[in-house]
Design a protein around this ligand. Structure first.
Ligand SMILES: NC(=O)C1=CN([C@@H]2O[C@H](COP(=O)(O)OP(=O)(O)OC[C@H]3O[C@@H](n4cnc5c(N)ncnc54)[C@H](O)[C@@H]3O)[C@@H](O)[C@H]2O)C=CC1
Ligand SMILES: O=C(O)CCC(=O)C(=O)O
Ligand SMILES: [Mg+2]
Length: 389
């Protein structure tokens, strides 16, 4: 039946409808694609010019769902104690229906646009029905094309490997998460993996620049172009083209399934690389890698765009532990440290990072996910005490 003429006609009609109803502008056609270095410099310059009369920078804060408010409170407490010159601007992103579409409230959009930078807690997405992912919507709204997800062993916290030092760069606006799905005929659905050269180029160029910036000599593309010959094939061939712009960075490729095997068998050979990949693979691999260092309570991320950037943990809203003071705020705190580095506030980034790692290394005050008994706020208080040492 799937090969029938009726199916082919219906599929063509669906594709035509999809192409007539773009849900967002793929690629960076709205914003000229500049280099990360330029974008970052530009953003740092904007931050410098944006201190208020009190000498503080305003940063949008999306506390999020589930454990979001608890872990956000820890970050706020630690920032107050460290005298970080930041004034939080909390915004509500509860979705609204506008012309039949789910949209994020305009006040939230305007806040991020005005402040250039936001810290975001996790946002829950209903399964199989209901509103679209607000996390993905935010990334598309601000063209946050690169999702940087570092994953490094925590000194003093014992896991099967003590030498994990991975950096994943995930394409963040299209791929398998394009959200273009239709019922073709009853019992048959189609989900479109959209890959464009434009979006591939900008995330790949970002990955090479990022590798150079952090002193990793290699970029590896993780793909499945053996099966998805056209979509991953385009990502891969674009990578080959972009790699020519970076003669000082070595470039190679690896199949996704093999990468999973190799990383979990021995992560050490991945320490000198930045791994770059389409959207879905980056989502899954980053959770997998978090498992190597102690779990999702520890891994940060940054969604980077030309104009704005939003920093958030890799994890979700953790409904199984929400509201009980059990969450580990480290992932959000480390995301906020990536944010401070992005803003050029390195002194505060170092100060908080040192206190956090010292608390983890000491191992006396750990949250339950790391085998400890501390409540979220008790762990945050331990970091605050270290700030004063
Ligand atoms: N960027 C975002 O905002 C993300 C949102 N989500 C959403 O979050 C919701 C829940 O998704 P799940 O699949 O349950 O994934 P999850 O990441 O929320 O939780 C997975 C497991 O990790 C644990 N965990 C996560 N963060 C933790 C922390 N900080 N401290 C201690 N333990 C932690 C949870 O308790 C749970 O056992 C869903 O609605 C999903 O769509 C999921 C991933 C990312
Ligand atoms: O938006 C969601 O619900 C999940 C997104 C996600 O898992 C991620 O970005 O890592
Ligand atoms: Mg995920």
């Amino acid at each position: 039946m799937i090969r029938s003429r009726a199916f082919a006609v219906a599929a063509r009609q669906c594709l035509r409808r999809a192409s007539q109803q773009p849900r967002w502008v793929p690629g960076c056609s709205q914003v000229p694609c500049r280099s990360y270095a330029v974008a970052k410099q530009d953003q740092v310059a904007k931050f410098k010019g944006k201190t208020g009369s009190d000498g503080k920078y305003t940063v949008t804060l999306i506390e999020g769902d589930g454990i979001g408010p608890e872990i956000s409170q820890s970050v706020k407490d630690i920032y107050s104690a460290a005298n970080v010159p930041i004034k939080w601007e909390p915004v509500d992103v509860t979705p609204r229906l506008k012309d039949g579409k789910t949209v994020i409230p305009d006040e939230a959009i305007q806040s991020v646009r005005k402040n250039y930078v936001a810290l975001k807690g996790p946002l829950a997405t209903p399964i199989g029905k209901g509103h679209v992912s607000l996390n993905l919507t935010l990334r598309r709204t601000f063209n946050l094309f690169a999702n940087v997800r570092p994953c490094k062993s925590i000194a003093g916290y014992k896991t099967p490997y003590d030498n994990v030092n991975l950096v994943l760069v995930r394409e963040n606006t299209e791929g398998e998460y394009s959200g273009i799905e239709h019922v073709v005929v009853d019992g048959v659905v189609q989900s479109i993996k959209l890959i464009t050269r434009e979006a591939s180029e900008r995330v790949l160029r970002f990955a090479f620049q990022y590798a150079e910036g952090i002193g990793k000599p290699k970029v590896r593309v993780v793909h499945k172009a053996t099966i998805m010959k056209m979509s991953d094939g385009l990502f891969l061939s674009t990578a080959r083209d972009i790699s020519k712009e970076f003669p000082n960075v070595q470039f190679d490729t690896e199949l996704l399934d093999n990468a999973c095997l190799k990383i979990t068998t021995d992560p050490a050979p991945y320490s000198d690389k930045v791994l770059v990949m389409p959207n879905l693979y980056g989502d899954i691999l980053s959770d997998m890698c978090a498992g190597l260092i102690g779990g999702l309570g520890l891994t940060p991320s940054g969604n980077i765009g030309d104009e704005c950037s939003i920093f958030e943990a890799v994890h979700g809203s953790a409904p199984d532990i929400a509201g009980r003071g059990l969450a580990n705020p480290t992932a959000l705190l480390l995301s906020s440290i990536m944010m401070l580095q992005h803003m050029g506030l390195n002194h505060y980034a170092d100060k908080i990072q040192n206190a956090t790692f010292a608390t983890l290394a000491e191992g006396k005050m750990l949250t339950g996910d790391l085998g400890g008994r501390a409540k979220t706020h008790e762990y945050a208080d331990a970091i605050i005490r270290k700030l004063k040492v």
